[in-house]
Design a protein around this ligand. Structure first.
Ligand code: DC
Length: 225
């Protein structure tokens, strides 16, 4: 079976990573969570200063020192920053609230886009993010763009966070989702937008399984042609 690149873009909390992982497992492809890479850089920037606020110039200068890698374990995919397992830390509110600012810095995007391209050079990957089908792999054979209302996405994220022990209120999660939508879609460099050839799916009233089924049909069509 030919190996392809599958790009999954869309708004926060539309189930991109759950779907990407499921598709990667079914095809025996590598899954790459590019949001985790932006989160790792944000976490690194926060750790550079004792007060936790990010000095952007200092962060840009230190980018070459940042090594991010993923490992598959029984507990799911783990994210490492310079050998430190930061899987839990990058989902905390402190990182949630700063990551869109960091993701709008051109030097950070260039640094991560080039790593993402090299991770996908041998194909056989499922990559999720905001600019995969438009910038990282405009030549990807299969592209998806997932949308849903902010309220539905905030409910999902709130539930996930509660399960992970983060007690942030639903209102705070909704306001973070809306702020990030705005920032991700209006930033000057590589904003979130649907690639012309991407299949758009509104997941608001669909289960993960239903979305997975429609994505699988599209992927099979591409792989078999
Ligand atoms: O998917 P996520 O919520 O983990 O993404 C975290 C942030 O990183 C989000 O604000 C958008 C940004 N991001 C991006 O700008 N480009 C990507 N390819 C992936 C994520």
């Amino acid at each position: 079976m030919k190996k392809i690149i599958i790009a999954i873009d869309g708004f926060a909390a539309t189930g991109k990573s759950t779907l990407a992982k499921k598709i990667a497992a079914a095809l025996d492809y590598t899954y790459i969570d590019t949001g985790a890479m932006y989160r790792a850089v944000t976490y690194f920037g926060q750790k550079q200063n004792t007060e936790g606020c990010i000095d952007i110039l200092q962060l840009i200068e230190a980018l070459p020192k940042i090594k991010i890698h993923f490992e598959s374990t029984a507990q799911g995919q783990q994210t490492f920053l310079n050998e430190e397992n930061i899987t839990a830390e990058i989902r905390e509110s402190k990182v949630n609230n700063a990551v869109s600012d960091i993701a709008s810095i051109g030097a950070v995007r260039n640094f991560l886009v080039s790593q993402q391209r090299s991770l996908g050079k041998d194909k056989g990957i499922v990559m999720d993010g905001r600019d995969i089908g438009t910038v990282v792999f405009p030549e990807a054979e299969c592209k998806f763009f997932l949308t849903a209302s902010p309220e539905i996405r905030a409910q999902r994220r709130h539930k996930e966070q509660l399960e992970a022990g983060n007690l942030e209120s639903y209102e705070a999660v909704l306001s973070n989702v809306k702020a990030r939508d705005h920032q991700d879609s209006t930033r000057k460099i590589n904003p979130l937008r649907k690639a012309d050839s991407a299949l758009e799916i509104d997941v608001s009233s669909l289960s993960i399984e239903e979305v997975y089924q429609s994505m699988s049909k599209q992927i099979l069509r591409v792989i078999e042609t």
